[in-house]
Ligand binder design. Structure first.
Ligand code: SAM
Length: 254
């Protein structure tokens, strides 16, 4: 189950919990017992995941959907949370990270490692509902902030929440892998371990020497960060500096 792509594993676990619940209900098992069996199966499947937040999502999906849809007497009722999930996460963004916001204060120490001139362009690649942008605004009040988010719904929510919080940031709806990163002095990314090699390859191709890529929690395989900012709650910010790899390659070839 854990080798399945996230969030397919969660959807399958919820479907299995609902399937067991429905099967038991159909064969006449009392509703309370059928509910307990579905919940127990969901919890057992949750234990197959290493990350605590994934365990929570898998384990809570069945009981929450029962609570939400308790009055709907239909075994297909789990399609409702699936529909909501598809709306929030269009299929194309499933290969990167689901929504998981940057914790408050996580980027406070970043200007100490990456000082930026006023007016510098900063990108949150995959900005979700704008928590990362709000933290970037606190860290760099004079920067020009941009966010890009694949989910149209999340991008709209981000614009609204940022406006309400008085954060000046432009949020685009689109694919961060198709956006040109060349104008950014700092790209902030909070995705998945599997996305990091692609992010680094893109940064090296497009970003200028001396600019930075900062990642919450996930390392770039085989690359040495210029700084690691340890945070509470097992989080850390890893900072990578773009070198002049074209000049380095030319020097090595000479
Ligand atoms: C872990 S959340 C981080 C949200 C935000 N950066 C923050 O730190 O608060 C990752 C976000 O990236 C978005 N995402 C995933 N793949 C994407 C892509 N290819 N282009 C744009 N956004 C993407 C997801 O929809 C999700 O909202």
């Amino acid at each position: 189950m854990h080798s399945l792509r996230w969030p397919l594993a969660a959807l399958l676990s919820w479907a299995l919990a609902w399937g067991l619940f429905a099967l038991l209900a159909v064969v006449g098992v009392p509703a309370g017992l059928a509910l307990a069996a579905g919940g127990f199966l969901g919890a057992a499947l949750a234990l197959l995941h290493a990350q605590r937040w994934r365990r929570l999502i898998v384990a809570l999906g069945f009981p929450l959907s029962i609570l939400m849809l308790g009055r709907v007497d239909a075994t297909w009722a789990w399609l409702v949370p699936l529909g909501v999930l598809l709306l929030v996460y269009p299929l194309r963004s499933w290969s990167d990270a689901p929504l998981y916001p940057t914790p408050e204060g996580a980027l406070e120490a970043l200007p100490g490692v990456v000082p930026l001139a006023p007016g510098s362009e900063v990108l949150d690649a995959g900005c979700g509902v704008g928590h990362g942008l709000a933290e970037l605004a606190r860290a760099y009040p004079e920067a020009r902030l941009r966010g890009i988010e694949w989910s149209g719904l999340l991008a709209r929510i981000a614009r609204l929440l940022l406006r309400l919080r008085g954060v000046d940031a432009a949020v685009l709806q689109g694919d961060m892998w198709l956006l040109d990163w060349s104008g950014f002095a700092l790209v902030y990314i909070f995705q998945r371990p599997e996305s990091m090699a692609q992010a680094w390859a893109k940064a090296r191709l497009e970003m200028l020497p001396g600019t930075h890529l900062a990642s919450l929690d996930f390392e770039i395989p085989g690359e040495m960060p210029v700084a690691r900012i340890e945070l509470s709650g097992h989080h850390e910010v890893l900072v990578y500096k773009l070198g002049d790899w074209r000049a380095d390659a030319a020097q090595q070839g000479a």
